[in-house]
Design a protein around this ligand. Structure first.
Ligand code: ATP
Length: 263
């Protein structure tokens, strides 16, 4: 079966004053429908560039990005995005922030249906009762929950998450991982998550893709053979310890650092 997200042989360079800066060189990615793909790699290797290509905000110099078999040539409504900074609009309530994509994608949808959809999602992420608050009245973790709701309110088939939990403290981050797992069980989207956190990549991913240093190519793909309804306890099992060890070694290789041999 054709993967929902398919990236083949992608190359890209940015034009800079010092000349072209090659950022991606031979990137391959295949994410089947409904799967969650976590992407890790050294700082500055080109991970956010990859998200812009999938979202159709940029076109690669060479190679192809396909969604559901169709070549991506521009932005699409079937894509939802969330970033490290939730960028909620302070002059709107939380509910009206979540509704925003529906105003653009489904302008004829009745207000009461938009509200019902937003309320359903806010309740799923534990924000029932906060619909009428302004973003500044919420904690960082709550704002990020609202941002996740906004990214999926229009039922996108593809969800792109660029470090959405990166700025949160460790406990809040783990809460958000569980929220993400529960949203996934309830809503049928196919996800690409960019993260610097190897534990996060294993907890949330069906596959973890390790990118090499810049210019990035696909260096390693790891299948995460854990149940979809995994709990945080699984993170303390020997199997996950092995996976994290392997990923750490792959990151060191990507950074051009030596990998110690175990005794
Ligand atoms: N519009 C642009 N013009 C020129 N250079 C850019 C542009 N956008 C990104 N870059 C450069 O391309 C490289 C890759 O950037 P990108 O943001 O994709 O990396 P990243 O892996 O997401 O980084 P980080 O891990 O720090 O979040 C960096 O060196 C960055 O400075």
């Amino acid at each position: 079966m054709t993967p929902l997200i398919e990236i083949t042989g992608v190359r890209h360079a940015y034009a800079t004053e010092a000349g072209p800066l090659p950022v991606l060189d031979g990137l391959e990615l295949a994410v089947p429908e409904g799967e969650f793909c976590a992407v890790v790699g050294p700082s500055g290797c080109g991970k956010s560039t990859l998200t812009r290509l999938i979202a159709g905000l940029m076109r690669p110099d060479a190679g192809e990005v396909r969604l559901a078999g169709e070549r991506v040539t521009g932005p699409r409504r079937s894509v939802g995005m969330a970033f490290q900074n939730p960028v909620l609009l302070e002059w709107r309530t939380i509910l009206d922030n979540v509704i925003l994509p529906l105003e653009i994608v489904a302008p004829r949808m009745a207000r009461r249906d938009r509200v019902a959809r937003a309320e359903e999602l806010l309740s799923m992420v534990g924000l029932e009762g906060f619909e009428d608050k302004r973003p500044s009245e919420l904690s960082g973790g709550m704002r990020q929950r609202a941002s996740l709701c906004r990214s999926i309110v229009h039922k996108p088939s593809v969800l792109i998450l660029d470090e959405p939990f990166g700025a949160l403290d460790a406990f809040t981050r783990e809460d958000l991982w569980q929220t993400m797992r529960d949203l996934r069980a309830a809503e049928p989207f196919t996800t690409v998550l960019i993260t610097h956190d190897l534990r996060e990549s294993v907890f949330l991913g069906d596959q973890v893709v390790v990118l090499s240093g810049r210019p990035a190519r696909t260096q390693h793909v790891m299948r995460v053979d854990l149940p979809a309804d995994r709990t945080l306890d699984v993170m303390y099992t020997p199997r996950v310890g092995e996976m994290l060890h392997l990923l750490r070694d792959e990151i060191k290789i990507a950074q051009g650092r030596p990998v110690e041999q175990s005794a």
